[in-house]
Design a protein around this ligand. Structure first.
Ligand code: FAD
Ligand code: EPU
Length: 337
């Protein structure tokens, strides 16, 4: 299996940061993984697993081996009222959503238009519009780097939480997800309460929506708020929405009565990072080649030619300002490399 040297990653990260990888290989099958790991050069280098590069900020060239996950395939492995759909880790996530919506398999229609790959979907438990991948996750198969063995993970094994899983926690950088199986349903259980979905359905005079309607509405809402990475580099929400203790929240609410907030597990409270950032005057701000998006302050953008370091420094400024104003520490959702 040939390793490419000094390979450009510019087209392989949605921020469009112009960096190179010292070594690079495209992984098309589980056998490719076995072949790559039999090369002694691999053990001498640090390793980065790359999907669609839509949740990454490169701050410098990658001084190691990048494995780009391109394992394809979508198969229905069980079909009753529930439908088990297995997809290769390198399948494009939104392609899987479109396939399922067209077949009438319900469950991931609210996750329409999220960039990236199937293999990354359990890593941060992708979520949008009231649904998270954990709600439909059945199992995944992953290659253990230390042993070269394939292991199966159930939903319980994955320890999913808001933008978290075992793969970001105690098993960080130990496994490569090669396929994921999702439990979908022929009977839709539509989630339309979140954000503007119901309002948009009403505006379109759709009284009895199908999963295709919900998918289209979610796509329209997303396009209105989020920049398209093919024209403006970005990685979606740059920070997580912070989850804080009730007692700290009570104090914030007394000082900022309009602060948006949502119930979180264990009696805690989730805040809207976009609101905090906008309140600090950052929304739509342009600083050098970077800034925040005009319609969504939580999204940092590359207006063209930004370096990863420039975007990173801007994110530090946001963290410091929000901390001073609200006493809340923002945590980056994007992986910094
Ligand atoms: P990458 O960015 O390539 O990798 C992300 C992390 O996963 C890295 O740590 C990488 O090493 C690891 N990884 C990737 N593939 C594998 C694998 N096969 N095995 C093991 N580790 C792997 N996210 C949401 O949750 N909800 C949203 O609504 C949302 N909206 C977005 C909108 C835009 C415009 C953009 C640009 C991003 C958005 N995101 C959203 C973030 C992003 O789409 C998700 O995090 C997505 O899952 C990243 O997939 P990827 O394949 O691009 O992963
Ligand atoms: N808000 C502002 N100003 C802003 C942005 C948001 O005041 O500039 C307020 C909104 O008015 C609203 C609240 O913040 O009251 C929440 O905003 P929104 O519904 O746009 O969602 P979000 O919390 O900013 C989260 C996810 C998104 C996901 C959307 C929809 C995180 C970190 N982000 O954003 O995920 O698409 O909800 O479900 O949880 C991503 O992870 O990359 C991502 C885009």
């Amino acid at each position: 299996m040939p390793l490419l040297e000094n390979h450009s990653l510019k087209q392989l990260n949605t921020f469009g940061i112009d960096v190179n990888a010292k070594l690079y290989a495209d992984i098309l099958s589980e056998n490719d993984l076995i072949a790559v790991f039999s090369n002694p050069v691999v053990k001498e280098n640090k390793l980065l697993i790359l999907g669609g590069g839509s949740n990454m900020l490169f701050t410098k060239d990658y001084d190691g081996l990048v494995l780009k996950m391109s394992i394809k395939g979508i198969d229905v492995v069980e079909e009753g009222d529930d439908v088990l759909v297995k997809a290769g880790g390198g399948e494009v996530w939104d392609g899987l959503v479109k396939y399922c919506v067209a077949k009438g398999y319900a469950g991931i229609e609210n996750l329409t238009l999220i960039p990236g790959t199937v293999g990354a979907s359990p890593i941060q438990n992708i979520g949008a519009y009231g649904v998270e991948v954990k709600d439909v996750f059945e199992s995944c198969t992953a290659f253990e780097i230390a042993t070269g063995q394939l292991k199966t993970f159930t939903k319980a094994d994955c320890e999913f939480a808001y933008r978290e899983s075992v793969f970001k926690g105690k098993l960080k950088e130990q496994f490569i997800v090669t396929s994921v199986t999702y439990r979908l349903s022929r009977t839709a259980n539509l989630q339309t309460h979140y954000g503007a979905i119901n309002a948009e359905l009403e505006r379109r005079e759709i009284a009895e929506p199908t999963i295709a309607d919900v998918s289209e509405v979610v796509a329209a809402i997303r396009v209105s708020k989020l920049p398209d990475p093919s024209t403006i580099g970005n990685a979606g929400s740059f920070f997580k929405n912070p989850i804080i203790d009730q007692i700290i929240f009570d104090d914030l609410l007394s000082r900022f009565p309009d602060i948006p907030h949502y119930p979180a597990p264990d009696g805690r409270v989730k805040l809207a990072a976009g609101w905090l950032i906008e309140f600090c005057g950052f929304k739509g701000l342009i600083e050098g080649n970077t800034g925040t998006w005009k319609n969504q302050a939580l999204v940092l953008v590359n207006h063209g030619g930004a370096t990863g370091q420039e975007v990173y420094r801007f994110s530090e400024k946001i963290i410091n300002t929000v901390q001073q104003k609200f006493g809340v520490l923002l945590e980056r959702e994007v992986n910094i490399l």
